[in-house]
Ligand binder design. Structure first.
Ligand code: 3PG
Ligand code: MG
Length: 391
């Protein structure tokens, strides 16, 4: 059983060490998507209301185990203070009720492969507080000092965000209401092997878009021009096509794609049939950057006709306006699902916000990309097991 904040007893006067996932995208020092900061606020408020002081901590990006201004959490401390309407001390605990420590990954021991090194860092962190609340759902798949060892050194429990995320993911894995559709995008088939394996027996339909669709088209024997090919995933893509057919799962591939002359927002582009990508004016140089309009309509229709939908990975290069339509169509359809429509973290969460959707238009927007996928794969998640949770 997952231990929750309620198991920690009286918190008044105590200092809570709070592991969050405040790993947000930054551009020129500005936060471009503050979703993870906003998602961390309810637990912090609850702890403050209970009379606790909070020492929050997180990683940001993947610095080299040494301080690097590019990866500083300072802009996040500023944003957190705005959202809380409360002073936030940065770096070291001061007089404020809330402190945010600097990027944990500035210390190489946080991510060390050596158990003793991680433990020594965890002991230092533990010295700042009395109890631990682990609320960084996006990082629970990592066995790192603040996610695993720290939780063994003090009374520890899951925060409200972790509880909510788990509740939703359990609905997706235990008894999803049918029809159940999963939409996968992103660039590499090889990153999604585990989740496709785990989901094929459970879903009614699997829709494939994003960069990895071209590996599937190639596996079907089509020419794909200069589009992304994941050589390592090719054999697996063939196997999935056969397995889906054998299981009666509809594995839905695009019938048309947007093909560009090159990778650029102002590149010339045309819509091509998925089996004739090299027949456009760009010939074998054509580069597929989005699903086509016919496919977008079909995907949207299948999503709307489903009761449970999980979506991970953009359908195309949504950051460039001419190639955002597929991702927008999937997002729009997901807002119309009558049952549970889940946006699975990372790039897809950033995509919906960048395209102007609000989180509350969806059943749930996860803060964990890799963590949600590994959960759906049925993998052991160290950061949850240490909190008493078992699959
Ligand atoms: C993420 O964004 O995937 C999480 O914050 C975990 O970060 P990581 O993949 O660098 O461990
Ligand atoms: Mg990641």
């Amino acid at each position: 059983m997952l231990r929750t904040i309620d198991s920690l007893g009286e918190l008044s006067g105590k200092t809570v060490l709070l592991r969050c996932d405040l790993n947000v995208p930054l551009k020129d020092g500005e936060i471009t998507d503050d979703g993870r900061v906003r998602a961390s606020v309810p637990t912090i408020r609850e702890l403050l209301d209970a009379g606790a002081r909070v020492v929050a901590m997180s990683h940001l990006g993947r610095p080299d185990g040494a301080p690097d201004e590019k990866y500083s959490l300072r802009p996040v401390a500023t944003r957190l203070a705005e959202l809380l309407g409360e002073e936030v001390a940065f770096g070291a605990p001061g007089t404020a009720r809330v402190t945010l420590l600097e990027n944990l990954r500035f210390d190489p021991r946080e991510t060390s492969k050596d158990d003793a090194e991680r433990m020594s860092f965890a002991e230092e962190l533990a010295s700042h507080g009395d109890v631990v609340v682990s609320d960084g759902f996006g990082v629970v798949h990592r066995k790192q000092a603040s996610v695993f060892e720290l939780e063994t050194l003090r009374p520890s429990a899951a925060g409200r965000l972790v509880e909510t995320e788990l509740g939703v993911l359990e609905r997706l894995t235990r008894t999803p209401d049918k029809p159940y559709t999963v939409v996968l995008g992103g660039s590499k088939v090889s990153d999604k092997l585990g989740v496709i394996d785990a989901l094929l027996p459970k879903v009614d339909r699997l829709l494939i878009g994003g960069g990895m669709l071209f590996t599937f088209l190639k596996a079907q024997g089509h020419a794909i021009g200069k589009s992304l090919l994941d050589e390592d995933g090719l054999a697996e893509a063939k196997r999935y096509l056969d397995e889906a057919a054998a299981r009666g799962v509809e594995l839905v591939l695009p019938t048309d794609v947007v093909v560009a002359e090159r990778f650029s927002a102002d590149a010339r582009h045309v819509v091509a049939s998925a089996d004739a990508i090299e027949d456009t004016e760009f010939g074998a140089d054509g580069l597929g950057l989005d699903i086509g309009p016919q496919t977008a309509d079909r995907f949207a229709e299948l999503i709307r006709a489903s009761t449970t939908v999980f979506w991970n990975g953009p359908m195309g290069v949504f950051e460039l306006a001419p190639f955002a339509a597929g991702t927008r169509a999937v997002a729009e359809a997901l807002t119309q699902v009558s049952g549970l429509g889940v946006v699975g973290g990372g790039d897809s969460a950033a995509a919906i916000r960048q395209l102007g959707f609000r989180d509350d238009q969806f059943g749930h927007v996860s803060t964990g990309g890799g963590a949600s996928l590994e959960f759906l794969e049925g993998k052991k998640l160290p950061g949850l097991e240490v909190l008493g949770w078992q699959q």
